[in-house]
Design a protein around this ligand. Structure first.
Ligand code: 5RP
Length: 222
C-alpha cells in the first residue's frame, strides 16, 4: 500500500539512527524529517553524547530530549552530520533551506566527515530547481541581490514574514533549471550581500537514505 509522505519521513528517520556515532558529537540539521529523527532518538533510548545544531528550533528539540548542544566554535571537525533536503540529484547535489536554516546547515556540513542526507522519494530529482532555490541575504542588500539573480535567469521572491536565526531574509528563486550546481553555487555566493545560497554542491551528501513504499534505500557516493 502507498505510504504517506509523513510515514516515509518516519521510516527514513528511523533508519538514520544506525548512523549515530557512539561517544562522539553528532551534527543535526533542521526540518520535519529531522524532527522525526530526534523523536526516534528519544523513542529508541539512544544515547547521544553531544550535538551541534543547525537552528534554534533543532536546539530546542534536542535539549527537550536531554541532548547537550555545543557551540561549534568549541568543537573540532566531527564524524556525522544528519539532515534532510528539499531536492537531491544523482550527483548528491542538493537544494536546502526550505526551513530557512541553510547557512548554519552549510557550516555544520562543512565540519562533518560524513553527511547523511535523509529524504523521502519525493525529493529525488534529475535536475535541481523545481523547488525554489533559497538564498539568505543581508536585508539592506535584498533588492540589489534580487536584480543580480534576475540577470542569472531566476525569479526571486522575498519569503514573507521570514527572518532567519541570523537576522537575515530569504529570497526564493523560482524558474531555475540547474545543470551545473557547483558553478551556480559559486556565482550566487559571490554576489555582495548574499550570506549563503541553498545549493549544496561543493559539499554535497556522502550517503543518501531515501524512503519509498518498498522501504528505505541507501546510496553512497562512489
Ligand atoms: C531546512 C532544510 C530541510 O532539510 C529541508 O527543508 C527539508 O525539510 P523537511 O524534512 O521538512 O522536508 O534544508 O533549512
Amino acid at each position: 500500500m502507498a505510504k504517506t509522505q509523513d510515514e516515509l519521513k518516519e521510516m527514513v528517520a528511523q533508519k538514520a539512527l544506525e548512523f549515530i556515532p557512539q561517544n562522539a558529537i553528532l551534527g543535526v540539521g533542521s526540518g520535519s524529517t529531522v524532527v522525526k529523527f530526534i523523536k526516534a532518538i528519544q523513542a529508541n533510548g539512544i544515547k547521544v553524547q553531544a550535538a551541534v545544531s543547525s537552528s534554534n528550533a533543532t536546539t530546542k528539540c534536542l535539549e527537550e530530549i536531554g541532548v547537550k548542544v555545543l557551540d561549534p566554535n568549541t568543537c573540532e571537525p566531527y564524524d556525522v552530520y544528519i539532515d534532510g533536503a528539499d531536492e537531491i540529484n544523482e550527483n548528491f547535489d542538493m537544494i536546502k533551506g526550505g526551513g530557512a536554516c541553510l547557512t548554519r546547515e552549510k557550516i555544520l556540513a562543512s565540519m562533518a566527515k560524513t553527511f547523511v542526507c535523509i529524504v523521502d522519494k519525493s525529493k529525488l530529482v534529475d535536475i535541481l530547481g523545481k523547488f525554489p532555490l533559497p538564498v539568505e541575504v543581508i536585508p539592506m542588500a535584498r533588492e540589489q541581490v534580487a536584480r543580480t539573480l534576475r540577470a542569472l535567469g531566476g525569479e526571486p521572491k522575498l519569503r514573507e514574514g521570514c527572518i532567519t536565526d541570523n537576522g537575515c531574509e530569504i529570497l526564493d528563486v523560482h524558474g531555475l533549471s540547474i545543470t551545473n550546481a557547483a558553478e551556480l553555487e559559486d556565482k550566487i555566493n559571490g554576489i555582495p550581500g548574499v550570506v549563503t545560497v541553498g545549493l549544496f554542491a561543493h559539499r554535497g551528501a556522502d550517503v543518501v537514505l531515501y524512503a519509498t513504499d518498498e522501504g528505505v534505500h541507501e546510496k553512497r557516493r562512489a
